[in-house]
Design a protein around this ligand. Sequence first.
Ligand code: GLY
Ligand code: MN
Ligand code: MN
Length: 484
Amino acid sequence: MNNENADVTTDKPKRIHDQAPSELFSNFMKSGWAPSDLSNIEPLEVVTYAYSRRQVLSAAYKGIRLVLPAGGFKVRANDSDYNYRPHSAYVYYSGVQGADATADAVLVLEPSGDSHITYLYMNPRSTRDTDAFYRDAKYGELWVGRRFTLDEAQARYQINTRHLNELEALLADGKETLTLRNVDPAVDPKVKKHDREDEFATFVSEQRLCKDEYELREMQAAVDATALGFNDVIHAMPAAVETPRGERVLDGAFYGRARILGNDLGYNTIVGAGSHACVLHWIRNDGDVRRGELVLVDAGVEVESFYTADITRTLPVDGKFSPAQRALYMLVYESQLAGFAAIKPGVLFSEINKACQEVLAKGLADMGVLTVSAEESMKPEIGLHRRWTLHGVSHHLGLDVHDCAQARKEQYLDAPLREGMVLTVEPGLYIQPDDELFAPEYRGIGIRIEDDVVVTADGCRNISENIPRHPDEIEKWMQGILGK
Ligand code: GLY
Ligand code: MN
Ligand code: MN
């Protein structure tokens, strides 16, 4: 489908058919429409939470204007963009979600006395009194659908709204301003460099380390949707075996669920059948799925509020583990139990990794593949077991799959755990197909088990507990779906 009209945001004819409308046509298009503003819009539940989050930010940056861009469309090819997804800090402080999140919006916290007043600068609905609603392929209502008016958005999110075209003048007034740089190339040049910019990025990342009640509910919803996605993956297993590049069948099955129940995937799904499971970020997903092998699926649904799950299950294609597969699986399973047991407030984040790795190192030593003892291997300067474990076993999870990524080491890796943190626990073992240190029946097996937990007052709660994990439970689960 081609836009035969000009892109009115730039006024440049973009395509060969672009042409300005005649006055007669323009007037004709602008007339004869019934009023269609939405009334009775209720504020969303997130409003009070987003308000509290902004209060924390405001208190830390008194007297400074704070500019949080949502970011724009990202080009996929030529004039096709990826599905829009706003920046996570913008989502966190505005609460804006689902299709309400429109490209190029900017949240501004304007200093006022000891606090700030918040404004949402946005591209409102293209009303019928301009040409945009039928001419603008990027934002026009007849091209991409209706957006909120300024009043409607204000009613939904309880934030003062302003037209985006007023932002430039605001930012030109020379007031001391901080922004998150590299989110919106249209905003960056309008905000002078500030020596506290990196600190600001760190602050907004660290504020998300502990989740509020609303976030915990949304993350549970993301996990529950992901659980259904894994059911769909199992349903699709016979078709995946029958179809060339069967990994794509499983990838597609999960994606369908993510689009039905959520906004999208939280990250690219990993489907590694057979030895592809030994490639940590195997997102090509173009391999065959063969009977007798395992398939590792690492996937998460991102719900409408933009929170994501991050779950891995390693499934036997036939629904039954071989003895070698089960032996390795149980080692990873025991390692994950040790990881869960290590988690409680006050314990260092790094202890989760240590607890998981100790079990794996001991298991590998017992199998006779380590040339040093498990204790020796656990010394940071030795670490031979890491040939088969490859990655750390935990990260923060939330709006971003690797959440709080700008947090300082002393607040993340070297920090004590706190109640309300949401973390993954994801040990794995990966025996490459050409690894001669292992007996042939183990080669080419990759296993990861990944669950999402919330730190509680005295330990942790596995919010993905309902997705079967133990090999016996997995076999029963698959039997229940595949009927074998
Ligand atoms: N899916 C990416 C990760 O597990 O960290
Ligand atoms: Mn993960
Ligand atoms: Mn994962």
